[in-house]
Design a protein around this ligand. Structure first.
Ligand code: MLT
Length: 263
């Protein structure tokens, strides 16, 4: 892992491998760059693949302020500047997709494409916002482990829970390494995010939406909401919320086809 200072408060850890057009992989809530361990090596042969730990996660800084999706998007823009990357395809898993959508709203000229993987352009509804507040309180009170324990069965398709225990265990380990303050501040930022359906519909670059038919967190219709001739939709039949770890071979193919359209 490499490390870069973005500001007085924020250092980001990141992987930077391969060469060619840039692809930036953004992990989800309580994840890390390790979420992409099966995907990154398959892209590095043709692309420069950059996978950061987002603020509050993995080895990156944990500033004590709400992490709005716009703020995390600004971290990514600064990271690109520091690494001399003018344009990239941003691929965001779940919360990483919320960040990629915020990035699309703020820095469209720095994009060659956007992929949302098990994510949505929609904001939280009122019940969802209340759940974020409950999550923040429960992590503050009981720490992160009980939250991760409750989250894991929702992340994976039942078949994966039963037949892929090593991957499930890895996800638990990554989750439990998240600094509790980072998780709290991220939940707060996700609660405040706005509807970015129009941002994606008006984007001048290709957009890929990947959904898992067994996703218990973000349903296929919520992933597939944006419409347009530049928007490509792909459903992975057996996957839950974690295709990059559950079914990497089924994700890599649509992703490679999409990257070939972007560059
Ligand atoms: C994620 O995997 O990033 C989360 O499930 C996103 C969310 O809680 O909305």
């Amino acid at each position: 892992m490499e490390n870069v200072q973005l500001s007085n408060q924020v250092n980001l850890s990141f992987e930077d491998r391969g060469s060619g057009p840039a692809v930036i992989l953004l992990h989800g809530f309580c994840g890390s760059s390790r979420y992409w361990q099966d995907i990154a090596p398959k892209l590095e042969t043709s692309y420069r693949v950059i996978a950061p730990d987002l603020r509050g996660h993995g080895g990156s800084s944990v500033p004590d302020e709400p992490y709005l999706m716009e703020t995390i998007a600004s971290d990514i823009s600064l990271l690109m500047d520091k690494l001399g990357v003018d344009k990239a395809v941003l691929c965001g898993h779940s919360m990483g997709g919320y960040v990629a959508s915020a990035f699309a709203g703020a820095y469209p000229d720095k994009l060659a494409g956007v992929a949302l993987i098990h994510s949505t352009s929609l904001p939280d509804d009122e019940a969802g916002k209340q759940k974020r507040t409950d999550t923040m309180e429960s992590i503050r009170k009981d720490g992160l482990e009980p939250f991760i324990e409750g989250l894991i069965p929702k992340l994976f398709a039942d078949h994966s829970l039963e037949h892929k225990p090593a991957i499930v265990q890895q996800t638990i380990d990554i989750g439990n390494h998240t600094p509790p303050l980072g998780a709290i501040r991220t939940a707060e930022g996700m609660r405040e995010r706005i509807d970015r359906t129009l941002v994606l519909e008006k984007l001048q670059v290709p957009v890929l939406l990947v959904a898992g038919s067994k996703d218990k967190i973000i349903s296929v219709d919520k992933t597939f909401t944006p419409e347009g001739s530049h928007i490509y939709k792909h459903e992975i039949n057996q996957a839950g919320h974690m295709s990059m770890m559950e079914y990497p071979d089924e994700l890599i193919e649509p992703l490679k086809n999409f990257l070939a359209r972007c560059y």
